[in-house]
Design a protein. Structure first.
Lengths: 262, 558, 356
């Protein structure tokens, strides 16, 4: 402490402080924005896909979802949930679930793309349900402004206006949507995973969903014009920042200012 | 002033160029008296004295950046379609106010920077007022003769919050619109006149088309004018009282020790303005604040997760969140004589803020009534030397922080992976027990620090040097303090409780008994400052005479 | 608590009441001796400090230049990317920060290192002398006495009355700030117009919704038919009329008596405006059937007619009675059966008049 307080009085301390502040701010600010490429979807499944998927299902999913995906006390029936649901849940790593909790969490996917496709094919063969969206709907070339309006009305109350996520009741939450692929966003809308409501095509049209994906990808690619976005969490993170960083730097300056030079 | 004396040339001729300029001005405006009074006025120097200046400078920066913003902002709620350069909102229907706020952000060079400077400076303005007031409270600087200035300062805090809130709502974005909607809900909960207040405020039903224009007028004219008036009063009283100083050698209630205004203090204070400006500019350049383009235009249907007010209104929002609307089957909203009383909104919106501000305004008189202390104080208390006051302050601060934290309960839940409901339950409990625990802990800590001061004053400071005595005992060598450092630790008062005394009629009134009870509570736990006699006794400690003789300069203790 | 009057283990008996033990107190040793700085004794150090100050002022000049370059070299307009705006904002901030911090730290460093740093003691003069105090009080007393206000209660009382009433016009002139509330809050746009029931339409585009569109688990954000076409007051109506439409298993609904036909095959419509302070309660959890308000976390149980199960709201969300028209579109069979949104003083009166 003693050594620090002596160095603090060093004239170079000002410059060091300035540089440190600049480096920290610059570092935070340079957080890169990455755009996920929506992956191609394959609508047709071969008999072989379904068969392989069935095997994977028996080996990995049937414990909870039951043989033939008819459901058990530990997991719902998957008949009629469609390929989109499987692709979302397995593709984002939510399924297979690691443990029971308020909600399944995103984690590294356990199956590769091919296996996920086979599983989707198997579940899709059990009953009609939402299919994996076509590539044309994921091209991110829709109307971002219209998508923004749809997003604010239908999604922002849970996912936050800047898609930074938000809390639900009793430990559940709506996740942040940055780094989520357009395909998975689209699939989540049509299938309503976990506690998310379903936004079927009769509610938000496929073009509308394309607009929403376009909007989300555009704001993600844009980043914040004002610099680091502080998590896009609104006034709470701004308040925390001004109290800790803002006042912290000011206090450092006041201490320097009122200390005696050696 | 006769004609003759006017014709005469002044007897005094300045020698230097600066001197001649000074003299030129003085002869025309007569500032020599003021300069004589203030030019070398002494100001004590301590880092904790700077927060008032931070607030003042933030306010100046607010005026500068705010003026720039008014040139481009149009507070109209008329509908328009956005035609600026921010693509994700192209052609969206919105108010002119929101549209011009977006133009400031995206189409006026430096506009975004100015907006961010203005908003960061606003947050810093209120924060520095709050820290300044905490400093004044914990050091007892509000005591006579500064009670009125404490009140003026409290008024400034409220005005700063009002300025902030009226400004927060101006861009007419979704976040601030929902904030206004909450204000509307709180207004409507007011008994008898609530509905009228709401209709008058919004010019009809919420949201109407009038409120932004009205808030704008309050924000750029009325509130800043009042703030300016209060700042003038505040500074005038600072000049009248002179600044307080921390206790220490050479400092007493009859003097001020520090640096003269010119040049040292003026240079430091003047330079500090640029430093505050620079820090705000750094924040505005690299950190987004109030990204209105994310929120979208105000529309009563959508809402964003994480809808919160700026930090200084947070405690009221937190109180609103903590209040249960229903306990068991009991509803806090009920009907009296055919009218609806909404206690689940009224109680949290008014009671905690009411208690906080009432106690804040009254505190100087509450304390002087309890302690019967009517002397003037210019030397501050170190917080540890007024344990009960410190404990009261910490308890109040913790109470505030519980409500403050509650305003971010949803973010606490998502970021610490806990249940939103559990966060609320815990904070509800802390709302009641938090201040009590804080009071006890803070008081114990203050007393412990006082004992440590005593220990150091009597036995010296620990040197970290361990010595083995001839009979095998290990001891740490203590170095005695010089008299200046020691005086800092012993130069304070530790008043004893004042028992109840009879009034002129020989009667001990009920009020006096209450006062005596509070006085006991206030002063009962105390640590007296060390005295010269005790120091003498400590030095002549009989335990280790051998070592004492061997190391004359060292005082030993176990 | 016991006796804590002294922290010392060997109680010395000192009681520190003011005045009682002046002699036993440590004497003030006075201001500590002045300690010279490096720059006071070493001319080299002084020179170095001088150069440092100059460098800081120079940094300020560089900052100003950065600002000017960033302002004039980067133009904004249609087609400017967000990255450009961010860059300009950062450079303006950096330039201003350097310009200001350069001057500020330069001046302070100058003051600290090179200006005299002797602490001075100045006498604190009493704010006013005893003589002034007496004179002031006497003058005020004389003034009060000469007015005779104490001896003439009639004058005093009438004056008090007049002064108390005089500000009333100042309050009254604000009477035209807004219209009287009347019954505006009791009604919404959902009331059938000329016998025609209002359709439920999607927010924001206003297209009508068929019952078959609403699949189980979905949530529709709904506005009344014709809202978007209103010539004025659109937001005012929207602020009261927004509705959340959801479909769940009809068996999980527990409608109370008289409300059995307010839903259609498990499709229910509830006001989105929180009964607490009016935020849109739009967070629908389709598995738990809970509605959560993001502002203050009031939670409503959809299966129990939106009864409050957590948070500060005290009343259930009002339900909009719905049915299906001849073309299969969802319609509201009537307005809400109670005022929507936060409570207000006249609310109960309005509710009774709606129900009667």
């Amino acid at each position: 402490m003693k050594a620090l307080s002596q160095k603090r009085r060093h004239p170079l301390a000002v410059i060091a402080l300035l540089l440190m502040g600049l480096l920290v701010t610059g570092g935070l600010y340079a957080v890169a924005t990455t755009v996920n490429e929506a992956k191609a979807s394959t609508s047709g499944y071969t008999a072989n896909d379904v068969e392989e998927g069935g095997k994977l299902f028996v080996a990995n999913c049937a414990t909870c979802h039951g043989m033939g995906a008819s459901g058990t006390a530990n997991g719902p029936s998957l008949v009629g949930v469609g390929a989109a649901s499987v692709d979302f849940q397995v593709g984002t790593g939510r399924m297979p679930m690691q443990m029971n909790g308020p909600q399944a969490q995103k984690k590294p996917a356990q199956f590769n793309d091919e296996q996920t496709r086979q599983l989707s094919g198997y579940v899709a063969s059990l009953g009609a349900g939402p299919a994996i969206p076509e590539e044309g709907l994921l091209d991110e070339k829709g109307d971002a402004a219209a998508g923004g309006e749809l997003f604010r009305v239908n999604c922002a109350m849970c996912h936050n206006a800047a898609a930074a996520g938000g809390a639900l009741t009793r430990g559940k939450f709506a996740p942040a949507l940055a780094d989520v692929s357009g395909k998975h966003i689209y699939e989540a809308m049509v299938t309503g995973p976990q506690n998310m409501p379903v936004f079927s095509d009769t509610n938000v049209t496929p073009e509308g969903k394309r607009d929403v994906v376009t909007f989300l990808k555009q704001i993600e690619a844009n980043g914040s014009p004002g610099g680091a976005d502080l998590g896009a969490l609104g006034p709470v993170s701004e308040g925390l920042f001004v109290w800790i960083a803002g006042l912290g730097v000011i206090i450092a300056f006041t201490i320097w200012l009122t200390s005696r030079t050696s | 002033m006769s004609a003759a004396s006017r014709a005469e040339a002044p007897a005094f001729v300045a020698k230097t160029k600066v001197g001649r300029i000074t003299d030129f001005v003085d002869e025309r405006v007569g500032g020599s008296g003021i300069l004589r009074e203030f030019g070398r006025k002494v100001f004590p120097d301590h880092w904790s004295f700077m927060f008032g200046e931070v607030a003042l400078y933030s306010f100046v920066i607010l005026l500068l950046s705010g003026t720039f913003l008014t040139f481009f902002f149009d507070p109209s709620m008329a509908e328009t379609h956005y035609d600026g350069s921010y693509l994700p909102l192209k052609n969206v229907e919105m108010s002119v106010a929101y549209s011009t706020s977006l133009d400031i952000s995206f189409d006026v060079r430096g506009g975004l920077f100015m907006r961010q400077v203005h908003h960061w400076a606003a947050l810093l303005f209120v924060a520095s007022i709050a820290v300044h007031m905490l400093r004044v409270f914990f050091t007892g600087a509000f005591r006579k003769p500064r009670e009125m200035n404490w009140v003026v300062g409290s008024v400034l805090l409220i005005l700063a919050m009002a300025a902030g809130f009226t400004g927060y709502s101006l861009p007419d974005d979704l976040l601030s619109g929902n904030g206004l909607r909450i204000i509307d809900g709180v207004m409507k909960a007011i008994p008898v006149v609530g509905t009228y207040i709401s209709f008058f405020f919004f010019g009809g039903e919420f949201p109407g088309t009038a409120v932004i224009g009205r808030l704008y007028m309050l924000h750029i004219l009325l509130v800043p004018a009042l703030i300016l008036l209060m700042i003038v009063l505040h500074l005038f009283m600072v000049v009248v009282h002179k600044h307080t100083q921390y206790p220490g050698p050479g400092r007493n209630d009859g003097n001020v020790v520090g640096y003269p205004l010119g040049p040292v203090y003026a240079a430091k204070a003047g330079g500090f303005f640029f430093i505050v400006f620079g820090v705000i500019a750094l924040m505005a350049g690299f950190f987004t604040i109030n990204p209105i383009w994310n929120y979208g235009p105000y529309d009563p249907s959508p809402v964003s997760a994480g809808t919160q007010p700026d930090w200084y209104i947070g405690f009221v929002d937190g109180a609103l969140r903590l209040m249960p609307g229903v306990i068991g089957d009991f509803q806090f909203e009920y009907v009296v004589f055919g009218y609806t009383l909404t206690l689940n909104v009224l109680l949290p919106a008014l009671v905690p803020a009411g208690i906080l501000f009432t106690v804040m305004f009254m505190y100087p008189w509450i304390e002087s009534w309890i302690t019967k202390d009517t002397r003037e104080h210019h030397v501050l208390d170190r917080p540890r030397n007024a344990p009960t006051r410190t404990a009261i302050g910490v308890a109040g601060f913790v109470w505030y922080c519980v409500m403050w934290a509650a305003a971010g309960s949803d973010l606490i839940a998502t970021h610490f992976r806990v249940s939103l409901n559990d966060v609320t339950y815990w904070l509800r409990a802390l709302f009641f027990i938090g201040p009590v625990i804080a009071f006890m802990v803070a008081k114990r800590v203050a007393l412990a620090l006082q004992r440590k001061d005593r220990e150091i004053a009597l036995h010296g400071r620990e040197t970290g040097r361990i010595v083995r005595l001839p009979h095998g005992e290990f001891i740490e060598v203590h170095a005695p303090l010089d008299e200046y450092k020691r005086y800092k630790l012993v130069g304070f008062e530790s008043p004893a409780p004042l028992p109840a005394v009879a009034n002129d009629h020989g009667i001990v009134t009920r009020k006096e008994k209450q006062r005596a009870f509070l006085s006991k509570w206030f002063f009962e736990d105390r640590v007296a400052p060390a005295t010269p006699a005790e120091l003498e006794a400590a030095h002549g400690h009989p335990a280790h005479p051998a070592v004492e003789a061997g190391q004359e300069s060292k005082s030993l203790s176990h | 608590m016991g006796n804590h009057s002294d922290g010392s283990p060997n109680h010395s008996g000192t009681v520190a009441t003011a005045g009682q033990n002046e002699v036993e107190k440590f004497q003030d040793p006075g201001i500590p001796p002045h300690r010279l700085r490096l720059a006071d004794t070493d001319p080299k150090a002084a020179k170095r400090a001088e150069r440092q100050v100059a460098v800081l002022f120079g940094a300020s000049v560089v900052g100003t230049l950065i600002f000017l370059v960033a302002y004039f070299a980067i133009d904004l307009g249609d087609g400017t990317s967000i990255a450009t705006i961010r860059l300009q904002n950062a450079l303006l901030g950096l330039g201003t920060a350097f310009a200001m911090l350069g001057i500020g730290t330069g001046i302070v460093h100058w003051a600290k290192a090179l200006m005299p740093d002797h602490e001075v003691s100045e006498e604190r003069h009493p704010i006013r002398t005893e003589e002034d105090r007496l004179a002031a009080v006497r003058i005020v007393d004389d003034i009060v006495e000469e007015t005779g206000i104490k001896r003439r209660p009639l004058i005093r009382n009438t004056l008090l009355g007049a002064v108390a009433l005089a500000p009333l016009p100042a309050i009254a002139v604000f009477g035209d700030l807004g219209p009287r509330p009347d019954r505006a809050l009791a009604h919404t746009m959902w009331a059938p117009q000329e016998g025609k029931l209002k359709r439920l339409t999607r927010d924001p585009d206003g297209t009508p919704i068929k019952a078959s569109d609403v699949t189980i688990g979905s949530a529709f954000h709904v506005i009344p038919e014709g809202l978007n076409e209103l010539p004025e007051g659109k937001l005012n109506e929207k602020a009261k009329a927004v509705v959340l439409l959801m479909r769940l298993d009809p068996a999980s609904l527990n409608p109370s008596e008289g409300r059995e036909d307010w839903s259609y095959n498990g499709i229910v419509a509830y006001s989105k405006i929180c009964t607490h302070v009016g935020c849109p309660v739009a967070l629908y959890e389709q598995q738990t059937h809970h509605l959560l308000c993001p502002c203050h976390q009031s939670t409503f149980d959809l299966t129990n007619e939106c009864k409050v199960i957590f948070g500060p709201a005290s009343r259930p969300l009002p339900q909009l009675p719905i049915a299906v028209d001849a073309e299969g579109y969802l319609v509201a069979t009537s307005d809400f059966n109670e005022p929507v949104g936060p409570s207000y003083w006249e609310r109960d009166e309005h509710e009774r008049s709606i129900k009667s």
